[in-house]
Design a protein around this ligand. Structure first.
Ligand code: FAD
Ligand code: UDP
Length: 383
């Protein structure tokens, strides 16, 4: 039976769910409070230079999930792209993630992989048996010198707190390699869409059963007009922040344009705490197949998110998790609504995970329609 569906948010979460349900013959209305589609993945050409800009910060597509890779590739031309990150520390430039080149340069050695492994093992603090914090994880596996040079200052700037207050899981995202592989990611597939991310979402949304309305905020009174709502806005926002705000970090971007090249690479991290920004990204290097005479860079500053800012990184510390629990208790009592995506579930989600979860949400919805059962409020448990 044809259902009336409202989707809040035209980012990847909302767009993928909308498209799949439109394909099933449902009537889908998608609203977004912003003036554009594609959420935080929005990209556009810079007017002055024609460089493709990732407006809300650089986005690199990487995944191990073949279904997701095939899905996104069917909506764009993916160009080969490998993310290689550099770091400026102690007046020198190093390669990240920490690899054999970083180790040999940092310790002024000429180690082969086995020797480097032994060297790093000798630096690690073996008395830390079960590292729970970011700091312990770093001290255990890379040792004090590398930790203090590459991770401590950057992490304090990025998260606004000491690494001993943060979970080990944040550092576990970064590999350490005992070879010269400087690919920032370990995934099987990696690429950059030839014309940026916005046309991908445009293509996903291009279906006769979908209407999109921009500059439109969710109005709770409209809910009863729909069979089901998929909500990718802030979970606490849905409840009018009545119990308080879930903590986020936000980013300020200092955008500047210069002639020629600025730094010669896409991403340069600044790991020292005295440098106020975390990194500079040079966006033309995200599209190495293009040629541009001038260049556009973003200097990235991280800080605590206030009511007026765009929420980027969920903090998910003890206090936030307690508050999250309360909002989830309320959310689970709501009817005919599913909370989705990075804001609706208060988790940091890469694009590939976002798309994979959106496809799972669709499968769950199809099943609930088929079997006439209740569609869950959450398809993944955000606790
Ligand atoms: P969003 O993109 O945030 O979309 C949600 C939409 O809902 C927004 O457009 C918003 O305007 C709208 N909305 C919210 N509330 C309302 C409301 N009340 N009414 C109407 N509309 C509303 N992922 C990667 O895979 N690779 C990367 O390199 C990468 N880099 C990143 C860099 C940064 C700085 C950040 C913050 C994220 C990065 N990500 C990256 C993650 C990526 O941005 C997310 O996976 C993706 O944006 C999640 O999509 P979404 O649809 O869930 O959320
Ligand atoms: N990190 C660091 N130094 C670096 C890069 C990363 O200390 O030069 C830490 C930082 O705490 C960051 C985490 O490692 O949050 C994960 O890095 P990633 O590049 O995945 O960060 P994100 O993509 O979240 O910005």
């Amino acid at each position: 039976m044809r259902k009336n569906i409202l989707i809040v948010g035209a980012g990847f979460s909302g767009a993928v769910i909308g498209r799949e349900l439109a394909e099933d013959g449902h009537n889908v209305r998608i609203i977004d409070s912003r003036a554009h589609i594609a959420g935080n993945c929005y990209s556009e050409r810079d007017e002055k230079t024609n460089v493709m800009i990732h407006t809300y910060g650089p986005h690199i597509f990487h995944t191990d999930n073949e279904e997701v890779w095939n899905y996104i590739s069917s909506h764009c031309e993916m160009m080969p792209y490998v993310n290689r990150v550099k770091a400026t520390v102690n007046g020198q430039v190093f390669s990240l993630p920490i690899n054999l080149h970083t180790i040999n340069q940092f310790f002024k050695t000429t180690c082969n992989p086995e020797e480097a492994k032994k060297l790093i093992e000798s630096k690690g603090d073996a008395t830390i048996l079960d590292p729970k914090t970011f700091e312990d994880q770093a001290l255990r596996f890379v040792g004090k010198e590398l930790y203090e040079s590459f991770f401590k200052g950057y992490t304090i700037k990025q998260w606004g707190m000491e690494p001993k207050e943060l979970p080990a899981s944040i550092l576990k995202r970064l590999p350490i390699r005992f070879n010269y592989d400087d690919n920032y990611f370990n995934h099987k597939y990696q690429g950059m869409p030839k014309e940026g991310y916005t046309p991908i979402v445009e293509s996903i949304l291009n279906h006769e059963n979908i209407t999109v309305e921009l500059n439109t905020d969710y109005n709770p009174q409209e809910k009863e007009n729909y069979d089901h709502v998929f909500y990718s806005g802030q979970l606490d926002g849905y409840f009018g922040y009545s119990l308080g705000r879930l903590g986020y970090r936000t980013l300020d971007f200092d955008k500047f344009t210069v002639e020629g090249d600025y730094q010669g690479c896409a991403v340069m991290n600044y790991c020292e705490v005295d440098v106020p920004y975390t990194r500079i990204t040079e966006h033309k290097y995200f599209a190495p197949w293009e040629k541009h005479d001038s260049t556009v860079c973003y200097k990235e500053f991280s800080r605590s998110c206030t009511e007026k800012d765009i929420p980027y990184y969920p903090i998910r510390q003890m206090g936030e998790m307690t508050l999250l629990g309360k909002y989830l208790d309320s959310a689970e009592k709501e009817q005919n609504i599913t909370f989705i995506g990075r804001l609706g579930t208060y988790r940091y989600l890469d694009m590939d995970v976002t798309i994979a979860e959106a496809l799972d949400v669709v499968r769950a919805y199809r099943l609930s329609v088929q079997e006439n059962t209740v569609m869950p409020n959450f398809v993944v448990n955000p606790r």
